[in-house]
Design a binder for this molecule. Structure first.
Ligand code: 13P
Ligand code: SF4
Length: 308
């Protein structure tokens, strides 16, 4: 309690806001001003009046906040919090691929570095990837989709489009196997299966619904069902239980833990606010170019979210 009170006191003093991803530990989720998915967190970062953003998530998310709000101080409490999938594509690799397909537009999942975003035409998250392809890129003949091959496969199936696909993937979602869904379904035959699009096709095809982490929360809130098998990172279940105390949740696999999301702790949030350390910086020339691809995504979702 003392730790929580200290954080809340410093948060007021610094005029800070604490933003947390749905995969953060329960203690971090509970202290945050906002808990959400990548898209929701970007919208919050762009719209907040706070001077300091404490970003409890991974680096690409904190970079996105800095790109959208350059005048704010963005803190990532532990600088080791990266995303292995985002590290699977570098600017040099993307430039080489673009040189092979000079007419292609590049659609980048937000799970990419700021430098890579600067070389892209449009960003997407798992919440809006289908609509980015259907609505914004509908007239484009060639689309390079980086870096998640599973999200690309999901969007290809939903839209009927073909992509030039980068061979990246999420090591956490790769731990969810078809046999896990079969086992959980046998144990809980009435449960609905909900999967993240980062899961491989074999798992997604066994799901009743595929959604971003934010999409999962709204789907489950509205769905008239009592039990859910959840095929994504395990910690989202904390939020799901809190929002739906009468419903039951079963993680598809207890191995689906993102270690990078666990670097952030209450102690590190406090230290970060005390010393204003682990500040995220994005080179201004990179920021301006990356802002364009993120800005196009957010303007397209303007009506849905009501900001920007
Ligand atoms: P969401 O945008 O669905 O929260 O996904 C982010 C992520 O990194 C999932 O692994
Ligand atoms: Fe990256 Fe996967 Fe962790 Fe999401 S769950 S931050 S995609 S490693």
């Amino acid at each position: 309690m003392e730790l929580v009170e200290k954080i809340l006191g410093l948060k007021r003093k610094r005029n800070a806001v604490i933003l947390a991803h749905n995969y953060q530990t329960p203690a971090v989720q509970d202290i945050a001003d906002y808990v959400g998915d990548s898209l929701g967190l970007s919208v919050q970062a762009a719209g907040t009046d706070a001077e300091v953003i404490v970003f409890c998530g991974v680096r690409f998310m904190a970079e996105t906040a800095k790109i959208l709000s350059p005048e704010k101080t963005v803190l990532l409490p532990d600088e080791r919090a990266g995303c292995p999938m985002a590290d699977m594509v570098t600017t040099d690799q993307l430039m080489a691929l673009k040189a092979k397909h000079p007419e292609a537009k590049v659609l980048a999942y937000v799970n990419t570095s700021a430098q890579v975003k600067a070389e892209c035409d449009l960003c997407c998250t798992s919440a809006n990837a289908v609509s980015m392809v259907r609505d914004i890129l509908k007239d484009e003949k060639e689309i390079i989709f980086i870096p998640d091959r599973h999200l690309a496969d999901y969007v290809a199936l939903e839209t009927g489009r073909e992509f030039i696909v980068w061979n990246g993937w999420c090591p956490t979602h790769a731990k969810i196997l078809p046999e896990d869904i079969i086992r959980e379904k046998e144990l809980h035959p009435k449960a609905f299966v909900i999967a993240h699009p980062e899961c491989p096709r074999e798992v997604r095809s066994m799901a009743d619904e595929v959604a971003s982490t934010g999409g999962m929360c709204s789907y489950i809130r509205e769905k008239d069902a009592d039990e859910f098998i959840v095929a994504t990172e395990v910690e989202i279940i904390h939020r799901l239980k809190k929002e739906n105390p009468e419903k039951l949740f079963y993680p598809a696999s207890r191995f689906a833990v993102c270690p990078n999301m666990k670097y952030t702790t209450l102690e590190k949030i406090l230290w970060s606010l005390e010393d204003m350390t682990q500040e995220v910086h994005v080179d201004e020339s990179v920021r301006i170019r990356a802002r364009r691809s993120i800005g196009r995504m957010l303007s397209a979702g303007e009506r849905q979210y009501g900001v920007i």
